[in-house]
Design a protein around this ligand. Structure first.
Ligand SMILES: [Zn+2]
Length: 263
């Protein structure tokens, strides 16, 4: 059933509240849009808290980003949404926020590209990192251009994340999966480092997508996600990596030299 514009306005406000409650946006951060038809995009305006919006506050812009309805001003990040709609006719909604753990990875210059959790491999493949670009300028969208056709979610360096889908709920749930994944990976890092799934298991998960009705764009191209074999480690209980301090390494080398009688 096709939703009315009023229902879609309510949906955006509902998703805004969820993002705010989850702490993915501070103050007036983030933005949410829905494609109404071939020419019009329903969008959250600038300068409003996404957790306290009224459906009538939303604005409508055309595909060039010009406001055609509504009192409030458009967001400076609207160009990013329009770029996604322009490149992906299958996408009906774009969600942008600054979820703290995923944004932490983006700020550390790290993507979420490891094959660690089955539902993430199936649903997203992986979450790449777009280089930093000044918000509100074409520099923001430029690094995203190669990523948009291939992925349904990505991180923005030193900024946040963007997810998109066939409706606003699907876009929102991708961001929820991504942020949950980031938290789990962070915990795994604290506990000594995550164990990456081997390629054979990753392929089985990607093959199962049709069974789950998942239409994710990323199809497991090299590096998305990174499987155990891609990390340089061997599967099946091969050599284990270990880490030493600089002083310990020098000590080990000294011992080896002494043992060979070179010194
Ligand atoms: Zn932002």
């Amino acid at each position: 059933m096709v939703k009315t514009e009023r229902e879609l306005r309510d949906d955006i406000c509902k998703i805004g509240q969820l993002m705010f409650q989850k702490g993915w946006v501070a103050a007036n951060d983030g933005n949410i849009t829905i494609r109404l038809d071939a020419e019009r995009i329903l969008a959250t305006p600038t300068g409003v808290c996404k957790g306290m919006m009224h459906p009538d506050e939303l604005i409508i812009v055309d595909m060039k980003g010009n406001k055609i309805q509504g009192r409030a001003e458009r967001t400076s990040e609207i160009a990013m949404h329009l770029t996604v709609y322009g490149m992906r006719p299958d996408i009906k909604s774009v969600v942008h926020a600054h979820p703290p753990t995923a944004t932490g990875f983006a700020t550390a210059g790290k993507s979420l590209n490891l094959a660690l959790l089955p539902e993430v491999v199936i649903g997203l493949g992986c979450v790449p990192l777009a280089d930093y670009g000044l918000p509100g300028t074409p520099a923001l969208t430029e690094p995203m251009l190669p990523l948009i056709p291939k992925y349904d979610a990505f991180l923005m360096a030193n900024h946040g994340a963007v997810c998109y889908g066939e409706d606003v709920y699907k876009a929102y749930f991708k961001m929820e999966t991504m942020e949950h994944f980031a938290r789990i990976q962070l915990v795994a890092e604290l506990l000594g480092g995550p164990k990456v799934l081997p390629r054979e298991e990753v392929d089985k998960l990607l093959d199962s997508r049709t069974r789950y009705g998942v239409k994710a764009k990323s199809a497991g191209e090299p590096g998305c996600p990174v499987a155990l074999e891609d990390t340089g480690a061997r599967s099946g209980g091969g050599e284990e990596r270990f880490y030493v301090t600089r002083a310990e390494l020098i000590g080990l080398v000294d011992e080896a030299i002494k043992a060979r009688g070179i010194n």
